[in-house]
Design a protein around this ligand. Sequence first.
Ligand SMILES: O=C[C@H](O)COP(=O)(O)O
Length: 252
Amino acid sequence: MRKKIVAGNWKMNKTADEGLALVSEVVNMVSAEVTAPVTVVVCPPALYLTTFKSYLTGDKLALGAQNCHEKAAGAYTGEISAPMLKSVGVQYVILGHSERRQYFGETNAQLAEKVNIALENGLIPIFCCGESREMRETGDYVGFVKNQLTESLFHLSAEQMANVVIAYEPIWAIGTGLTASSAQAQDMHFALRQHLAGQFGDEVAQNTSILYGGSANAQNAQELFGQPDVDGGLIGGASLKSRDFLTVVKAA
Ligand SMILES: O=C[C@H](O)COP(=O)(O)O
């Protein structure tokens, strides 16, 4: 059975004190109140990864980074590599978030390299994909998102793909309060799973966790996560409040 995962992407939020308070609350609440088999991944700003590692222990709680460089080491001022993340106990890494594609010009080809280096270093990529509002309204948005997978993931072996998590995040729903309906999410997740099956076979496709992201919150998570091909969420805003995040986690 594929894994249920709820990952909190804090983005560029929380000072050190605020972050420690939040991660402590999340750990305490998840440990005390979550009995279902769901993995909770906390993805704080990179600065806090080392400190947070000691909080995120046990099989329910994991540590994730928000990005990594495509090279293992070198003269890349300000960047952080996959081996560095691995060396401080990071387990997951978000790759290809639309904000990185938009503000830092990340391309599908570059993301293919990031996926490679993450996998080589034993990190689980949470590979983000999703269409803009314009694409949804006027274009072949399903084809566009499938192509993001094709160009960044289809060079992998089935064995490698078995260690990748996908996050479908329609850009028009991120931070806007406009959530995809559960039917819209299910349709895209189903299409992506079929696409994976065509390349990697049914077994890999059926075992790949496909998360939904985009204004998922305490109110709508249950309906979204109730869809057969939605295996949890990549949560932004609602991951910054422990009680809201817990409600989302429980919905998975
Ligand atoms: O990585 C998380 C997504 O960008 C969703 O963000 P949001 O929940 O604030 O819309």
